[in-house]
Design a protein around this ligand. Sequence first.
Ligand code: FAD
Length: 451
Amino acid sequence: MQTLSVAIVGGGLAGCECALRLARYGHHVTLFEQKPGARSPAHVSDFLGELVCSNSFRSDELTSGVGLLKAEMRALGSDFMAVADACRVPAGKALAVDREAFARQMTERVIAQNNICLVEREIRSVDEEVLRPFAEGRGIVIIAAGPLASESLSSSLAEVIGSNHCYFYDAIAPIVWTDSLNMDVVFRGSRYDVEHGEATGKGDYFNCPMNREEYENFYQALLTAHKVTAHAFEQERHFEGCMPVEALAQRGPRTLTFGPLKPVGFVDPRTGHRPWAVLQLRPENANAEACNLVGCQTKLVQGEQVRVFRLVPGLERAEFARFGSMHRNTYVNAPAVLAPDLSLKARPGVFLAGQITGVEGYVESAACGLWLGLLLAGRAAGCEPALPPAETAMGALLRHLRTPSKHFQPSNVHFGLMPALEEKAHKKERKAHYARRAQSAFEVWRAAFVR
Ligand SMILES: Cc1cc2nc3c(=O)[nH]c(=O)nc-3n(C[C@H](O)[C@H](O)[C@H](O)COP(=O)(O)OP(=O)(O)OC[C@H]3O[C@@H](n4cnc5c(N)ncnc54)[C@H](O)[C@@H]3O)c2cc1C
């Protein structure tokens, strides 16, 4: 086995998980963490593995994507999961932790590892002198500096991969399950996909037509709905191209109908007329099992997203696979700039891990770090591990990073990222089917390669 010498930038969730995994296999890790000398506006503690916001790791049930991901991580001996389970606080079906105890224990694990050398230092550039011994020869550099990576490091990364592939703000529209749409109202079609005055019904989008009264009802609800309170450093950072839909609505009642909800080029097959407004849904994947609400990136709190968007005809019973959100987030256009092993195509010795790759969430970031640790350790031992299959939660998440998209957006893990079920399942049964399939695919994969 070759012993690796690895530099990891960032002692957050992904960085710690990756460092611990590599160290456990006997590799030497130098972990650079900018705290306490420098810190992002959201990091307040001096511990590694800090949770910057909620103390919840979301559902722990196998019938959710993130519950499955946690189960897979536990099976792979994840430090993140071991510490999370040890620091658990009551939270119903979710896994929530005592954040202070969690970060302290993660830090203790790192410090106790003889193969990890913790260096408190901000890395300002991908090409910084101190990284050179790792980047050259047989060394490895892993950037796991997170969604709030320091400004100079983010700029240096943008220089390496091209500034058009590096993003600093995240605007996510909700995603709903396609089979929860009311197809008596929703019609398929792309704009101007009309022949002889009628929609052809062949286009790529699902369209929710609204008459004037329906639109005004939705519009009023949007104006008055509760929004997530932004952190101070996130305020007033909206760019024109990714304004929250409720902020656009504030500009006046017709802004949306001339913008993301414009009806031009559509004929409602039920009325034979152009609707007053149209909310379009774009399939998220080839099998169109889930679709996102085009142009509806939002800061509404989750309960309000359900209430307000269900006022749109066709979405009365929409089930949400993922909620919309907006926040400061440094991430890359992964399908364009990352190789399947998460190395930069422009710098093969430099890898990314965690949220900066385009995964979204505490658990997902740690899972990404775990996978990279496993991959590099396996490679050093002479057996390149196969990617986990897309039917598993980890495989689906990693596949998201490889799936080319015109507008790549970070994603939580959810069933919509997995391939469609081979057989039709009743709506109520669907999640259980996904979960069963994921568990057997995971077992086969794990048995094949994990030491
Ligand atoms: C404001 C905010 C709130 C969030 N809330 C949630 C939430 O409630 N639930 C959820 O699931 N996800 C949340 N996320 C998303 C994300 O899951 C977390 O940010 C998660 O911590 C990401 O893990 P990571 O390891 O990629 O980065 P981090 O955990 O942020 O770790 C990155 C580490 O790198 C260090 N660092 C940064 N730059 C440098 C540098 N140049 N040199 C050396 N060290 C550096 C940082 O100090 C930090 O310790 C939130 C994100 C943000 C920005």
